[in-house]
Design a protein around this ligand. Sequence first.
Ligand SMILES: Cc1cc2nc3c(=O)[nH]c(=O)nc-3n(C[C@H](O)[C@H](O)[C@H](O)COP(=O)(O)O)c2cc1C
Length: 218
Amino acid sequence: MDLLESVRQRRSVRSFDGRPIEKSTLEKILKDAANAPSAINMQPWEIHLLSNDERERLSRKLLKSFKERQITCGPGATGKIPELFIDRARIAAEGMTPLVEETGVDFKTFVNTGSLKFYGAPAVMLVFIDKSFPSERMTDIGIFLGYFVLIAHAYGIGTCPVGLVTSYEDEIKDALNIPESKKLVISVAMGYADPNSPINRFKSERAGLNESVRWIGF
Ligand SMILES: Cc1cc2nc3c(=O)[nH]c(=O)nc-3n(C[C@H](O)[C@H](O)[C@H](O)COP(=O)(O)O)c2cc1C
């Protein structure tokens, strides 16, 4: 698939058709995604891949913690986020809500418990980084994630990055026996998109360049 086609078509997939992903397909995607650039080629991403059964086992633990701790999807802000950005999140949520409601579930439940169930994906990737790296190395993980979701799309695999799980990092490390010296950065739910699910019809909008780009000297 053409790169630009993949870039323009990709969207987060939040409902899967139940077909498993072959390990060999995951290997191909990971090998291609590892072509992502990283500072002095350190490739700081550390990846754990969970099969459907392991994903279910982990999700059960996460949902139990969710009942106790009630940490939900949100921007995780340390200060007041400018309205411009809040508006973009609101527009996305408003666009998704009617599609979610077609399935008889309310939006918050869909996004929060859905995220912790990785939307029932047949495979899940958890990406860690060694805590010795400075916060700037998150850029490398972000680039890797960008490559990964586009390459997966090119292989016919739908993805949804799931950041909510980072609030449940301790539970995940405990369940998967991952050392304290590693930091969970992001997870990705992946599988074959269910073509009949209303939520997979959702395509989020993007702000115009005038909102995010300042041209200097052009
Ligand atoms: C770092 C990151 C964390 C995200 N966390 C979640 C999440 O916890 N749950 C979820 O449903 N989607 C999550 N998403 C998906 C975003 O909501 C989605 O990328 C955004 O709305 C744009 O839509 P698109 O991916 O369809 O273009 C996350 C995306 C990123 C990049």
